[in-house]
Design a protein around this ligand. Structure first.
Ligand code: SF4
Length: 326
């Protein structure tokens, strides 16, 4: 395994991996014997740990099919988790799925990746994503998603800010719109307690606005592990003009966030869509360092709306619109 980088990047966060030619997934498939894009953190979690699958080559194979066929490995892996749960509950059967789909089955994961990529049999239903699939089989509560997008690798019962991040993200449960893990777990730029809801509305807003400004500058968001807005603003100013000051960059990020929100509101999204799956709000984690708490979204959300200048239904107040020039 080696690293791979986008043009000119010194971080090189990508991976190149090779699969054992004798592994069941690629045996007799020489087209997959060469090196390919390897597993990264989110894909390894979504395809593997979240489904109890510990066969690294099967994970690599499923990831390769996802990448080749344009399927998001996070959404695909989380949807397989829902299929496995429905199977273990007896809602889905071996006859329907074409395979024994217990949690932990590498064979089932590889099989599902193939039939979903080809749009064959039950693969067509997996391709619906977990929200529509779980609704179809009468258990919408089993879809671990917000606004139809599945969660990345952070349990919001143990990282409170990520619950508010997911619930208020303009495109659903996404870690690339506000990564408060940086502060709550890694201590970047300052360490905050992941188990408290105190101060998290302000933290989430700061991350959302800064991320929106980073994204619009065309900079890879992974640079934000090292760079803050104070590092990025002079670079944008050098390329685009002196008006891109640190203060203006913050305002640009806030305007972007509010414009996206306004778009969603006009498309019919309301405060009722700013929520989390019920089990994260009512079922405490049973093990690990976050054992005990649930996500405190009901405590954080009204404070978030107030700090954003939105009304109780999550709509921009007239004075917010005026302040941002929207
Ligand atoms: S850090 Fe960003 S730019 Fe660099 S290799 Fe990774 S994705 Fe590409």
């Amino acid at each position: 395994m080696t690293n791979q980088a986008c043009f000119g990047c010194t971080i090189a966060c990508g991976r190149i991996s090779k699969m054992d030619q004798g592994h069941f997934t690629v045996e007799n498939k020489p087209q997959y014997w060469g090196a390919s894009g390897g597993l990264e953190y989110e894909a390894a979690w979504a395809l593997g740990a979240a489904n109890g699958v510990n066969d690294l080559e099967a994970l690599q194979y499923a990831n390769l099919l996802c990448n080749e066929q344009g399927m998001d490995p996070i959404s695909f892996g989380a949807t397989i988790g829902a299929v496995m749960e429905l199977y273990e509950m007896g809602v889905l059967t071996k006859e329907q799925l074409g395979i024994d789909a217990k949690f932990g089955s590498a064979q089932a994961l590889a099989h599902f990746a193939e039939i979903t990529a080809r749009g064959e049999g039950f693969g067509k239903e997996i391709g619906l994503g977990s929200k529509r699939l779980c609704e179809k089989y009468g258990h919408p509560e089993l879809s671990m998603s917000v606004k139809g997008q599945e969660f990345p690798a952070y349990d919001s019962r143990g990282i409170q800010g990520m619950g508010l991040t997911y619930a208020t993200s303009n495109r659903g449960a996404c870690h690339l719109r506000s990564y408060t893990v940086a502060s709550e777990v890694l201590g970047i730029p300052v360490k905050t307690d992941p188990l408290t809801a105190e101060g998290k509305p302000e933290l989430v807003i700061a991350f959302q606005d800064a991320t929106a400004a980073f994204d619009s500058a065309g900079i890879c968001i992974f640079t934000s592990f090292a760079w803050g807005p104070a590092d990025v603003a002079p670079q944008v100013a050098a390329a685009c003009g002196p008006e891109f000051t640190l203060e203006n960059m913050a305002k640009i990020g806030e305007r972007i966030w509010n414009m996206e929100r306004d778009f969603n509101n006009r498309a019919g999204f309301t405060a009722k869509d700013d929520t989390l799956p019920k089990r994260l709000l009512t079922e405490p984690a049973q093990t690990g360092p976050a054992k005990g708490p649930v996500n405190k979204l009901p405590e954080m959300l009204p404070k978030y709306y107030a700090a954003r200048g939105w009304d109780a239904d999550g709509q921009l107040k007239p004075e917010t619109r005026a302040r941002l020039g929207l």
